[in-house]
Design a protein around this ligand. Structure first.
Ligand SMILES: [Zn+2]
Length: 169
């Protein structure tokens, strides 16, 4: 079994239903603009094994509201720390800028090794990634400070009220 297959099996064992690949063109579009390919290469060096797509509606209730997610698996046989990033059909369907935001959000989790939380340090790092992306692409994607847990706790409720899109982890 390859490392990717092992990671897929691990995620599947947690109850995730993988997508059928029908949104791969949107995923490729999301991850192809600079600096994302280089970021993915760096993430691979740090253990990223898999990027997958899924349909939110096919997940069990506890996962149905996540429009993207990251997995960390510390392997028991000494192969190291592995990560996988999932992005939903629904997030990809909102449009490229939103898909980029949620994808960079998950990469920021990986690079800051802050998987469960959304600290000020996590968001500062995501701000840097967004600045770099916006500069390279002439876009103006803004951090939504999702779930910010230390210094601006007022942000999360505001966002929850404003948004009608699926939320992400
Ligand atoms: Zn998150």
């Amino acid at each position: 079994m390859t490392e990717v297959e092992r990671m897929r099996r691990y995620i599947k064992s947690k109850g995730v239903v993988f997508g059928d690949g029908s949104r791969l063109p949107e995923l490729v579009d999301c991850v192809s603009a600079d600096p994302i390919p280089a970021l993915i290469e760096r993430a691979r060096d740090q253990g990223l094994k898999l990027i997958y797509v899924y349909d939110m509606q096919a997940q069990d209730e506890s996962r149905r509201e996540q429009d993207a997610t990251i997995w960390k698996n510390v392997t028991l046989d000494g192969r190291g720390t592995w990560y996988a990033i999932g992005i939903s059909y629904q997030a990809l369907s909102v449009g490229r800028d939103y898909a980029v935001l949620v994808f960079l959000h998950e990469l920021a989790h990986l690079f800051t090794d802050c998987i469960e939380d959304h600290t000020a340090a996590f968001h500062a790092y995501l701000d840097e990634l967004l600045t770099e992306y916006n500069r390279a692409n002439g876009t103006a994607i803004k951090n939504d400070y999702f779930g910010l847990s230390d210094q601006k706790p007022q942000k999360a409720p505001e966002r929850a009220q404003e948004r009608s899109d699926p939320i992400h982890m």
